[in-house]
Design a protein. Structure first.
Length: 421
């Protein structure tokens, strides 16, 4: 290859290399650009101004109706069902007829027992008359015994004077022994009179008891309401024959209706203390548009299967007639007034008991005490909280922030003040 041709091919490469070297020299010796300034983001949040005051919290509970006086009424006698004037779901006043059993058999049994009683009463009178007659007869038989004794003495005297025979003495002796046997038997009868009378009286008392039982059986042919009750279930129909112990109807008392509701563990110590102090704890509910009022009576003694915690038992004081058994009830337990409490929207709560206060445009987390719930004047349900460091005028975050942490910078848009509804 000729030198001139080689030079022509090398020239473009030399020019490119010179350009790259020049660019690198200019970049290394030129002034550097200032770095971009970093700015901290401020998160937009809604804020509420707190105003602590005295509020009465409520606690929402979910329970079911029950009754400690649920009873299955059973047949106490055997017989056919004459009538069932009630149906499941109906209410019945005290003494109302629920089931009628045919009383014919029990009435016949009663008539038989009354006849036996009359017989036993007559036997007592007979024993009295017999005892009186034995006493009178004993006196005469003793007189005859004395006569027989004198007859024997005369017969012996005559025989001693050869005026009588041995046969006469034997006859007199026989008469005396017969008189003695008669007196002994009569004396035994007189002595046994109190025992015979007592036996007759005991038999009369025993039969009288069977008469009373038979009368009770006649009354048991009518099954009546023992209290103001609602019929939960009817087990029989007219024409059926029932035996002793067969179920007839299942009822529960309307005067002792309760609502059983599970209490959250966090409020259990507080509720226990209030019950120990005998503070009234009313509750309210509405079922099918009808108001229900109740009062916390006691805590359950055991936890049933499927229950998360201890159950509270509320005695229904108003509206029991509108509550069927095992009905689901949304109950509002009204707790005593709480000072220095603050009503906040649920959006202000992070977890169960954490809020964020805004201080110098930054978040500050606080662990608060949950007191319950409260309904404001507009019907909105709010959480009721308390914290000793929260004062009137403090601002809480009322927006859900997924990245809420202490020190996070925020920009606040104020809402209605929080506090007393």
């Amino acid at each position: 290859m000729s030198p001139s041709r080689f030079a022509r091919k090398l020239a473009p490469l030399l020019i490119l290399a010179a350009a790259v070297v020049g660019f690198m020299i200019l970049r290394a010796t030129g002034p550097s650009a200032p770095p971009p300034e970093a700015t901290e983001r401020a998160w937009q949040v809604r804020g509420i101004e707190v105003d602590p005051g005295v509020n009465r919290p409520t606690l929402q509970l979910f329970g079911r109706t029950s009754s400690p006086q649920t009873a299955i009424l059973r047949a106490a006698i055997e017989g056919e069902i004459d009538g069932v004037p009630v149906r499941a779901g109906q209410t019945a006043a005290v003494g109302a007829l629920l089931v009628q059993i045919d009383p014919s058999e029990t009435r016949l049994n009663l008539a038989q027992r009354e006849a036996e009683l009359n017989e036993a009463t007559a036997a007592i009178e007979s024993e009295r008359l017999r005892a009186e007659a034995d006493v009178r007869t004993l006196a005469r038989e003793r007189a005859l015994l004395q006569i027989a004794q004198r007859g024997l003495d005369r017969a012996r005297d005559l025989r001693a004077r050869d005026l009588g025979s041995d046969a006469s003495v034997d006859d007199a002796q026989r008469s005396l022994e017969q008189a003695r046997l008669t007196v002994d038997a009569r004396e035994q009868a007189v002595a046994d009179a109190p025992s015979r009378l007592a036996q007759a009286q005991a038999r009369e008392a025993r039969i009288r008891a069977t008469v009373e039982r038979s009368r009770l059986d006649v009354d048991r042919a009518e099954i009546r309401a023992y209290a103001s009750v609602r019929i939960a279930e009817v087990h029989v129909s007219p024409g059926e024959r029932v035996r002793v112990g067969d179920p007839l109807v299942r009822v529960y008392s309307l005067d002792d209706l309760e609502i059983r509701a599970s209490l959250p563990e966090v409020v259990l110590p507080r509720i226990t203390r209030l019950l120990a102090e005998q503070q009234p704890l009313p509750a309210e509910a509405s079922v099918a548009g009808q108001p229900i009022r109740a009062e916390l009576a006691r805590l359950a003694g055991e936890t049933r299967d499927g229950e998360a915690g201890i159950s509270a038992l509320f005695r229904v004081t108003e509206g029991a007639r509108d509550l069927p058994l095992n009905r689901f009830v949304n109950l509002q337990l009204i707790l005593p007034e709480e000072p220095d409490s603050i009503a906040v929207p649920f959006e202000a709560l992070y977890g169960r008991d954490r809020v964020f206060r805004i201080v110098d445009a930054r978040l500050q987390g606080l662990q608060v005490e949950r007191l319950g719930e409260i309904t404001d004047a507009e019907g909105r349900t709010r959480a009721l909280i308390r914290h000793p460091d929260l004062a009137s005028g403090d601002v809480l975050v009322a927006t859900r922030l997924p990245n809420a942490v202490d020190g996070l910078r925020v920009e606040v848009e104020m809402n209605t003040p929080a506090g007393t509804p």
